[in-house]
Design a protein around this ligand. Structure first.
Ligand code: SF4
Ligand code: SF4
Length: 180
């Protein structure tokens, strides 16, 4: 009993193991057909661009690289609560908490801070759930055009605090802007 299979794509073709004709064996017609397809595409508008020389415009809702934010006084906002890591579907975030000492009050806003904070960019899917979960507004996926660089070693895709924490000059500029 033969079972009729249904083609989900609608592009199913019946194939037969019949003997090839002379014209089919010399492949001239097949080559000509292939060349015609190539020629047709040569005069169409290209759908690809020459990246990185050319770039496409970024969407308004584009989510770029993460940034660990500072407050108005330039102190790191993150309190190493771990909610971002818990909410991350890709398990890309790891951190180690430390207690702030009396002479570190100008560096960290809360009594507890992230001594180590790492995001594995090879795992990250830029979903933004870490940003949504953060109760301290400490992590943001920025609109920065800077995307994750290409590299040949896996280690270089693990971004630590050096790559993630907002530069101090940027925090000072932001404060000046809000005060103006
Ligand atoms: S953007 Fe999504 S995948 Fe990337 S670190 Fe945040 S929660 Fe994880
Ligand atoms: S970034 Fe926010 S959610 Fe993540 S550990 Fe720091 S304070 Fe908690």
């Amino acid at each position: 009993m033969s079972i009729e299979t249904v083609s989900l794509s609608g592009r199913k073709k019946q194939v037969a193991n019949k003997k090839m004709t002379f014209a089919e064996r010399i492949y001239i017609i097949a080559i000509a057909k292939g060349m015609w397809t190539t020629l047709k595409h040569m005069f169409k508008k290209k759908v690809t661009i020459s990246y990185p020389e050319q770039t496409r415009p970024f969407s308004d809702v584009y989510r770029g690289r993460h940034m660990l934010m500072r407050d108005d006084e330039g102190r790191e906002r993150c309190t190493a609560c771990g909610l971002c890591a818990l909410s991350c579907p890709a398990e890309a975030i790891t951190m180690k908490a430390a207690e702030r000492t009396a002479d570190e009050k100008h560096l960290y806003r809360e009594e507890k801070y992230a001594e180590i904070y790492e995001i594995n960019m090879l795992r990250c899917i830029f979903c933004g759930l870490c940003e949504e979960a953060c109760p301290k507004q400490a992590i943001y996926l920025t609109k920065s055009k800077q995307i994750v660089f290409s590299d040949t070693s896996r280690e270089s895709f693990i971004f630590g605090k050096e790559e993630l924490v907002m530069p101090l000059e940027m925090a000072i500029k932001n404060t000046q802007k809000t005060q103006a």
